[in-house]
Design a protein. Structure first.
Lengths: 478, 54
């Protein structure tokens, strides 16, 4: 594809998205709650597409296509376990988050944990863990964009330029009107993502079945366990993903946005329908491409994150352009949400406890400065090209996993205070980081299972000896 | 109602892990993929039904 077409398509996408972001500004009321959570004024469609676009990212278009290509149908199981786990957690916990936001005006997800465990140190700890974990995750999205742009344009769009454009775009769309610009652009991007996914899959099926000796599932890709998906690997990769909906603050904060309980119920179901279609589509694409490789129609791609960029370089120009824009959309919609949420946590859980009298205007201004700093950090991290998208994404979720016992305990357990919360967070985080660094699986158990066991046992053992702080009942009773 | 749904949910989650690695373990063809897709779609449908009730 000509580089000029790629630039033109990206320019149109950026112009339309920026216009939407600017238009969204009209809905923004100048207070912190509205800037970060829409003050609970999103309808079902905006809430669900925003949740979906925030969740599904370059991980899907680049990482999961590549993983399916390399490892077969186990990749679909991995993503569908996330899907079922998310529906399960949302069914029970989304109404509680909605009620807490509605009654007490929580803005950052960590503020709930601060109140439940009776100490701002808990909110600060969760914010710190989120910052450390999500910068690699956001960077994985940026790398996804840069790889796709490089592949689709035949190298005409250099990696570094794509990284800079992606970061600037995510920054502008989150700074303009907070969650209003992020949410409305999410709708635009969510539609683009699903439309492009359908078009690419339809083209790939039509092209692949025309190849002589094409087989849909070849070799050990058609079953589990296989050379990649051992029970250990499957468990290790699905555990952090299962708890994604309660450990990743950017999606938890979206639960504050629906305008009513009814809108929130619709959000869960519409997100579910979107997620199911998107997951199946993406995994099928990877499997079809592997079949095409076996049939001699698609080159053998060793580096799995290059599978989608290689495909983009082979398709008719209009689908290539649509695919490229969809990958950018998937990534930007996740990055801007992360920047926005991390900014809200930095303000509400770190700055405000030290300066309780901080005005609404000052909080928003400081939040925008933090967004700038976060964007710069993501850009620098991405330019170092740190590793595979799936690995970075799973590592981020692993580091966030120790938050899961704190969240579940907040709602379900009548024991536990700040000591159990902080120690379990530290113990879980240290376990995840150490085992990842050492590439160790003590007793043959996967790293993420250890992280979950260590953080949960620490939380339960210390929590059983600790009184529940005053005010925790309002969280449990939500 | 919510407890019954909890039991159904936990059973679904357990099946998502166990069946492909035991009953369908090593079975070639689309069966494992179909199993995961059908169970996931059925669970989405059951969540929709439950949310309508509560």
């Amino acid at each position: 594809m000509e580089g000029s077409f790629a630039y033109l398509a990206i320019a149109i996408y950026i112009t339309a998205g920026t216009a939407i972001a600017w238009f969204a500004k009209k809905r923004l009321r100048r207070d912190v709650k509205d800037f970060y959570t829409a003050g609970g004024r999103f309808g079902s469609v905006v809430a669900s597409l925003s949740y979906a676009a925030t969740t599904y990212s370059a991980f899907m278009f680049i990482g999961l296509v590549g993983l399916s290509y390399q490892s077969g149908i186990g990749a679909m199981g991995f993503e569908l376990v996330y899907f079922v786990g998310t529906l399960f957690l949302l069914y029970y916990l989304a109404p509680r988050y909605y009620s807490l936001h509605n009654r007490y005006g929580y803005i950052s997800p960590a503020e709930i944990l601060t109140d439940r465990y009776g100490s701002p140190a808990v909110g600060m700890g969760v914010t710190l863990v989120s910052l450390v974990s999500l910068i690699p995750y956001a960077s994985a999205q940026i790398i996804g964009i840069a790889l796709a742009a490089e592949g689709a344009s035949g190298g005409a769009i250099p990696f570094a330029l794509a990284v800079i454009i992606a970061v600037l775009l995510a920054l502008v769309w989150s700074v303009v009107a907070g969650v209003w610009s992020v949410g409305w652009t999410d709708v635009y991007q969510g539609v683009l993502m699903i439309a492009a996914g359908v078009a690419i899959l339809a083209w790939a099926i039509n092209w692949a079945v025309g190849l002589p000796s094409f087989s849909f599932l070849s070799g050990d890709l058609g079953y589990v366990p296989n050379s990649y998906w051992t029970p250990q690997t499957f468990l290790n990769m699905t555990i952090p993903w299962f708890f994604f909906a309660i450990t990743n603050p950017q999606v938890v904060q979206r639960l504050f946005a629906p305008k009513s309980k009814e809108a929130q119920k619709n959000m869960v179901v519409l997100f579910g329908a979107y997620g199911f279609i998107f997951t199946v589509m993406v995994c099928m694409l990877g499997i079809i491409l592997r079949g095409a490789t076996a049939a001699g129609g698609f080159p053998l791609v060793a580096y799995r994150d290059s599978v989608t960029p290689t495909l983009l370089g082979m398709m008719p120009p209009w689908i290539t352009i649509l695919g490229l824009v969809a990958i950018i959309a998937a990534s930007i919609s996740t990055i801007d949400s992360m920047i926005l949420t991390l900014s809200s946590m930095s303000i509400r859980d770190v700055f405000v406890p030290f300066r309780p009298g901080m005005s609404q205007r000052a909080q928003i201004a400081a939040g925008r400065v933090i967004m700038l700093a976060l964007a710069a950090a993501c850009m620098l991290f991405s330019l170092s090209r740190p590793g595979l998208i799936i690995d970075l994404s799973v590592l981020s979720s692993s580091l966030l996993l120790p938050i899961a016992p704190l969240v579940l305990g907040s709602f379900l357990w009548s024991r536990g205070g700040k000591r159990s919360a902080i120690f379990s967070l530290v113990a879980g985080f240290a376990t995840a980081a150490a085992l990842y660094y050492l590439k160790a699986s003590p007793l043959g158990l996967p790293m993420n299972l250890w992280t979950l066991i260590v953080s949960s046992l620490t939380y339960i053992a210390l929590g059983a000896l600790e009184r529940v702080p005053a005010g925790a009942e309002k969280i449990r009773g939500a | 109602m919510r407890i019954r749904f909890l039991a159904v949910s936990l059973a679904v989650i357990l099946l998502m892990y166990l069946v492909p690695f035991t009953l369908l373990g090593g079975v070639e063809g689309p069966y494992t993929a179909i199993f995961w897709m059908v169970v996931s779609a059925a669970y989405l449908f059951s969540v929709w039904l439950e949310l309508r009730r509560v």
